[in-house]
Write a protein that binds this ligand. Structure first.
Ligand SMILES: C[S@@+](CC[C@H](N)C(=O)[O-])C[C@H]1O[C@@H](n2cnc3c(N)ncnc32)[C@H](O)[C@@H]1O
Length: 329
């Protein structure tokens, strides 16, 4: 129709039903630039909101992030009206005590926290709590039922994949200069981490509840068969975010379906591809040559490996030192 020749009477009158309203302005509203508290791996707002969308989060839901970090995913879920809580192994990040992330900031402000972020966006009433917990050792009551789990597990590239050392395997107990006791940690293998995540989700999601999580993979390794599976979780969406020429992560959305959650064989994933993901990532990086930032990361990895080979251990302040041997308590 010619927009300059609009007829006086309409040819047809059509009625529609409004099913949704775009909320793109929310991306700006929760921008990391203006957010009170951010960490090195804070998820960007667009992806956080997308994850909450995939999880079909709605008013009054209960949403959990077991690898909560600086809580970006809780912000997105709370913006959709959910009550939110999270856990993380790292006390320093959860309580806003880690090194500041912003280039110009020397020290963190006293009141930087996940709660402060929710308050900034008017969602503080939806904050349940965040706690320090190692996901590899479940602390949760069997009765807890969740509407959704939204999470970005660590892949060991920009943050460590670690778990608290089991007593039987304990090497040494580390006593730092400030005389605070930190239990030693050991690597948390990706295969085990996704097994824990899917089993936890199968056990604690309500029927129809969703798990939305990222899964790292080298592009050349990818085919749908390498994705983690569980008999009680149906994979309903799987999309790629490229990270570099050779690596990507997949955004996976699972829905809880009926079944025996205690089924020992409920979980399946070929471990070979993910088990040495970190090592293969850096090998590929060296071959690919990467960007300046990627080469710097690769170099840091070489230094880290050399320090480990010399018997150094990474301390809670992030520096590599020889451990001070302490007699076990
Ligand atoms: C990719 S970051 C999550 C970032 C978060 N989505 C945010 O927006 O800040 C992964 C987090 O997993 C935590 N983590 C590593 N190993 C863990 C474990 N065994 N149990 C619980 N959290 C762990 C790390 O401390 C880190 O904060």
């Amino acid at each position: 129709m010619d927009p300059m020749q609009v007829p006086e009477e309409p040819h047809e009158v059509l009625f529609g039903r409004r099913v949704a309203e775009g909320k793109r302005d929310m991306i700006n509203e929760i921008s990391l630039k203006k957010r009170k508290f951010i960490g090195n791996t804070s998820m960007d707002p667009q992806l956080s909101l997308l994850m909450a969308n995939q999880a079909l989060v709605r008013d009054g839901d209960l949403v959990f992030d077991p690898f909560v970090g600086s809580g970006s995913l809780l912000v997105a879920a709370a913006k959709f009206g959910a009550y939110v809580f999270g856990a993380d192994i790292d006390y320093m990040i959860v309580h806003g005590k880690s090194k500041p992330t912003r280039v110009n900031q020397k020290v963190r402000e006293q009141d930087e926290s996940i709660y402060a972020n929710l308050k900034q966006y008017g969602c503080e009433k939806l904050f349940v709590d965040v706690l320090i917990a190692d996901f590899s050792r479940s602390i949760w009551s069997d009765n807890i039922v969740l509407d959704s789990i939204i999470t970005d597990p660590p892949y060991g590239i920009r943050e460590a994949t670690e778990r608290i050392e089991f007593k039987n395997y304990r090497k040494t107990t580390v006593m730092t200069e400030d005389a605070v006791h930190y239990p030693s940690t050991s690597p948390y293998k990706l295969c085990q981490m996704y097994k824990d995540l899917l089993q936890f989700s199968a056990r604690h999601l309500k029927l129809g509840g969703r798990l939305v999580c990222w899964f790292p993979v080298l592009k050349k390794d990818y085919n749908a068969n390498i994705l983690p599976r569980h008999k009680c979780l149906q994979l309903i969406a799987n999309s790629e975010q490229p990270l570099s020429g050779y690596s990507c992560r997949r955004l996976l959305t699972y829905e809880k379906i009926p079944g025996n959650v205690d089924d020992e064989d409920g979980f399946e994933m070929p471990s070979a591809v993910v088990e040495n993901y970190r090592q293969r990532y850096y090998t590929e990086l060296a071959v690919d040559n990467g960007t300046r930032k990627e080469r710097r990361l690769a170099m840091r990895e070489v230094i880290r490996k050399a320090a480990m080979e010399r018997g150094k251990q990474q301390q809670p302040d992030g520096k590599w030192r020889f451990p001070k041997e302490q007699p076990d308590a």
